[in-house]
Design a protein around this ligand. Structure first.
Ligand SMILES: NC(=O)c1ccc[n+]([C@@H]2O[C@H](COP(=O)([O-])OP(=O)(O)OC[C@H]3O[C@@H](n4cnc5c(N)ncnc54)[C@H](O)[C@@H]3O)[C@@H](O)[C@H]2O)c1
Length: 256
């Protein structure tokens, strides 16, 4: 399905990014896997083999982004699919947030994807059927206490995706909004105990009564970047097991 394509997946050492890399490689692609976690990249390469090309690179730094895209241009000569996936979440509200935390979140979740599109657009356009898939979050469409500015950045990423359909032509642009997916980000954000409690609520209350898996999101990415989706651009794909239709998230208030 993705034979000979070149993917760039940010935050591809763990979780959702790693599942996307794995599925793309199974479909015949080569994946440039960027991340700041060198050890995890190394471990993942042992698992996925030579079509997983690990690159330590900061997805929130425009200079590093430009260098990464130049590397792909020089060494691979093409780029078919860009997946803006790298992310981290901190819990804040407007009265307690610091400028450093605000900048950290906005640079990683919003500035990075904008600059990836800026630098990668010529290569993606040259690929004929080049695709960008942005990984947003269901928090973009929910009112979740403590998600300042995470939720704002994720909502702006949806808007950015839609704008790009017109402003960055010749490329398809789509965005995925994951619900609660079982990855490291949950423990890292909430701490283990609150995260376990949160998972239990999701598993028992969601219309699809289980946590999402990284493969649930990778399935969406692989579809949206395939030829089967060649008429789909500017779309939001919510993959959340129905969670956003439920009121199960009030526990996140306890950590703000
Ligand atoms: N897991 C969920 O419940 C969930 C829900 C909604 C959205 N998301 C989004 O999905 C994406 C992937 O998250 P995940 O759940 O796989 O989390 P994860 O923590 O398992 O993986 C995130 C990866 O991003 C990398 N990363 C962090 N900062 C980086 C930087 N500056 N440059 C490059 N890489 C960086 C981390 O090292 C890690 O490998 C994120 O954008 C996240 O906001 C996750």
């Amino acid at each position: 399905m993705h034979n000979n394509k070149v993917f760039l997946v940010t935050g591809a050492a763990n979780g959702i990014g790693l599942a996307i890399a794995k599925q793309a490689i199974s479909g015949g692609a080569t994946v440039i896997a960027s991340d700041i976690n060198g050890d995890a990249l190394e471990q993942s390469q042992k698992l996925l083999g030579e079509k997983y090309i690990p690159k330590i690179s900061d997805a929130s730094d425009p200079k590093a982004i430009e260098e990464l895209v130049r590397f792909i241009e020089t060494d691979f000569g093409r780029l078919d699919v860009l997946v803006n996936n790298a992310g981290a979440a901190t819990l804040n509200n407007p009265e307690t947030i610091t400028e450093d935390v605000y900048d950290f979140q906005m640079n990683l979740l919003l500035k990075g994807p904008v600059f990836f599109v800026k630098y990668a657009a010529p290569l993606l356009r040259a690929a004929n059927n080049g695709v960008v898939v942005n990984i947003s979050s269901a928090s973009a469409i929910l009112q979740l206490p403590g998600y300042c500015p995470y939720g704002m950045a994720k909502e702006a990423l949806v808007k950015f995706t839609e704008d790009c359909v017109i402003t960055v032509p010749g490329i398809r642009h789509n965005v995925i909004l994951p619900g609660v997916i079982d990855t490291l980000i949950l423990n890292n954000t909430y701490g283990k105990d609150a995260s376990d409690e949160f998972k239990k609520v999701v598993e028992t209350s969601c219309p699809v009564p289980r946590l999402g898996t990284p493969d649930d999101i990778a399935d969406g990415v692989l579809f949206l970047s395939s030829d089967q989706a060649s008429y789909i651009t500017g779309t939001q794909l919510l993959i959340d097991g129905g969670m956003s239709k439920m009121h199960v998230l009030s526990m996140s208030q306890t950590n703000t």
